[in-house]
Design a protein around this ligand. Structure first.
Ligand code: SUG
Length: 448
């Protein structure tokens, strides 16, 4: 069996809410304090997973994290029983409680950077959990992310796990959202393309003025070293700081790659010509032929790209070798974007189909189809070594829908975060989930 790309979608956790926590992420800022519907959010995500499974794609599930995180609140000086910790945090520092209650682990493109075994020096699949240290609410994800990934990819003969990079601004790392892999076939060695927003040490790199650049060059380089990638198989590029200032807080908001195709906006990268030439050259040396699809600014503005999330799409290779673009519904409701997509898929280019999915609950926090999934390329023996409990099947889909129905609220807003019962509900749900997904004890409340 040839190697496959498997997509592991983050299951939306039961505390999903709109905390306005991500400065630089336009949707998160503008939906601050809107009323969230965690049940609908989880079901929307599951519907996308099911549809892709039914189309024949390999689909996996990545478990959410427990929130509110009372351990973190305790480490910040709130004391007493769990209920008292939550009540005191709600009374004294509601934004901190919101940060510790975010269901942000749903965006699994930020969980880790993954390099397939064909690209790494020791022939194993390498994972580095992302420190996400630009945003406090996300910086608390990586310890549990590492445990969950290890419970899914446990066999050390096939899988290598690296802890998150040091949690300093110099090594700001946002995982696969700033990493794309280009290859002829999934089982071939590929070119790993790292896109960073700023350099911490090299002052020649221009930085954005308005919004933070989350990923550093130093972090991207460290991951390439840790994974044992070759120089011939890596390209580093700087994101255009001007687009970060327009709300492109991760590269996957302005570009997506798959196979030999790189679909990107004209303004995505600094020094675009050099970047494209290096990608084409390195891919050619590995037997591939780069197929760039550039969307010019006069066809689509960066603002339209950010609003529609056109590039935050999944580009998937179908069994017939042509590609499907999975976009959010917001692309269909933007006439210019939809017209562009009709032209794109109507021609004889590599992308021949587009499907739109309703993911509004996640989109309102800046998370489209691509944010919700972590891609892992696996060969036959690696696939056999994967914990089978996390592979989506029709039966698992139904079990998860029932589980959501039993445990999730259909309304959640800031004042609900003060309710200590929410923690009890989330613990009960996640304890059951670890059995459904056969993950063992990955949460700290299960380990004490
Ligand atoms: O890190 N939003 C996430 C969205 C992540 C999207 N991921 C990718 N582009 N790959 C973020 O900004 C908002 C949470 C809130 O405001 O409640 C948030 O964390």
């Amino acid at each position: 069996m040839p190697a496959v790309e498997m997509n592991f979608d983050g299951l939306v956790g039961p505390s999903h809410n709109y905390g306005g926590l991500s400065f630089g992420n336009v949707a998160s800022q503008s939906n601050f304090q809107a009323v969230a519907n965690p049940r609908e959010a989880a079901l929307q995500g599951l519907a996308k997973m099911k549809a892709l499974m039914e189309l024949g794609f390999q689909q996996g599930v990545l478990a959410p994290q427990l929130r509110p995180d009372v351990d973190v609140l305790r480490s910040l000086g709130f004391s007493g029983s769990d209920a008292q910790v939550i009540e005191r945090a709600a009374r004294d520092n509601a934004p901190l409680l919101a940060a510790c209650s975010s269901a942000s682990s749903m965006w699994t493109a930020n969980a880790a950077t993954v390099s397939p075994s064909t690209d790494t020096a020791d022939g194993r699949v390498h994972f580095t959990a992302a420190n996400l240290n630009c945003k406090f609410h996300r910086s608390i994800e990586h310890p549990t992310t590492s445990r969950i990934l290890q419970a899914m990819f446990a066999d050390e003969r096939h899988f290598a796990h690296h802890p998150a990079l040091p949690a300093t601004a110099q090594f700001g790392d946002e995982g696969a959202a700033n990493h794309t892999r280009l290859c002829k076939r999934y089982g071939d060695a590929g070119v790993e393309f790292f896109v960073y927003g700023r350099s911490a040490l090299d002052a020649r790199h221009p930085a954005p003025q308005r919004f933070p650049a989350r990923q550093t060059q130093e972090a991207s380089q460290a991951i390439a070293r840790l994974h044992g990638l070759s120089e011939a198989g890596t390209v580093f590029a700087q994101q255009n700081p001007a687009v970060i200032d327009q709300g492109v807080f991760h590269n996957d908001v302005i570009a997506v790659g798959n196979g030999e195709v790189l679909f990107y906006h004209q303004q995505a990268f600094l020094d675009s010509e050099r970047v494209l030439a290096e990608l084409a050259d390195k891919l050619a040396r590995l037997g591939g032929s780069l197929q760039p699809i550039c969307v010019p600014s006069d066809v689509l503005s960066v603002d339209d790209a950010v609003r529609s999330y056109l590039f935050n799409s999944q580009l998937l290779t179908r069994a017939d070798g042509r590609m499907l673009l999975v976009v959010p519904e917001e692309c269909r409701s933007n006439p210019q974007v939809w017209a562009y997509l009709q032209r794109l898929t109507g021609g004889d280019g590599p992308i021949s189909e587009v499907r739109a999915f309703e993911l509004k609950q996640s989109m309102r926090n800046g998370g489209g189809p691509a944010c919700l999934r972590l891609r892992v390329v696996l060969n036959e023996s690696e696939l056999a070594a994967l914990n089978p409990g996390v592979i989506l099947t029709p039966a698992l889909y139904q079990t998860l829908v029932d589980w959501v129905g039993r445990h999730y609220r259909d309304r959640l807003q800031e004042r609900d975060l003060a309710d200590p019962q929410l923690l009890v509900e989330c613990r009960t749900a996640l304890d059951e989930l670890t059995q459904i997904l056969t993950l063992g004890c990955v949460y700290s409340f299960q380990r004490t």
